[in-house]
Design a protein around this ligand. Structure first.
Ligand SMILES: [Zn+2]
Length: 182
């Protein structure tokens, strides 16, 4: 296993639309292992292949509660597709590719997602709440979208202005936070 470098905004590779995986071979299995290790080390609760510079439709997620600890709910999903969605939920989100910024994003509250596992099993996941949000956030990455692209122009401009200032002055140490970093 190997830690991968997580690309950060405004790296142009984050805007690439990822390709479907045609063969579930050793490369995909290795990529999933590396992505899971990278996600846990970050730490975050989700990571898309786009974020580590691989333009393939692969995501990993682990939305667990504190008592459970990481590992048991790890999902490795290949070619995920949202088959159904309903309702609306607004949660504060962070992103490993958009450091030191969080914002409220409105998404579907319930989704039905179909995907493949690296072991070539076809699966369907009914998700709601944080898991539904995290899955939609990761699917956006595969389509070259960041959560800041879903914000109003005003909020996005504020983020960009703040980032330019930080680039000149050096980044502050990030504060302890409970917002999910996806
Ligand atoms: Zn993200």
């Amino acid at each position: 296993m190997a830690l991968r470098t997580i690309l950060t905004y405004p790296d142009p590779r984050l805007k690439a639309v990822a390709s479907d995986v045609a063969n579930l071979d050793g490369h995909i299995a290795q990529l999933c292992e590396d992505m899971a290790e990278t996600m846990y080390a970050a730490p975050g609760i989700g990571l898309a292949a786009t974020q580590v510079g691989e333009s393939l439709r692969v995501i990993v997620l682990d939305v667990h509660d504190k008592e459970e600890g990481p590992g048991k709910r790890l999902l490795k999903l290949v070619n995920p597709v949202i088959a159904e969605h309903e309702g609306a939920i607004t949660l504060e989100e962070g992103c490993l590719s958009v450091p030191d910024f969080t914002a409220e994003v409105k998404r579907a509250s319930r989704i039905l997602l179909r995907a493949w596992t690296p072991e070539e099993k076809e699966i369907a996941i009914e998700a709601e709440g944080l898991l539904a949000v995290a899955l939609q956030h990761e699917l956006d990455h595969l389509d070259g979208k960041l959560f800041i692209d879903r914000l109003s122009r005003l909020k996005r401009d504020l983020y960009r202005a703040r980032q330019r200032k930080q680039d000149r002055q050096g980044r502050p140490a990030s504060s302890g936070r409970s917002t999910p970093v996806i």
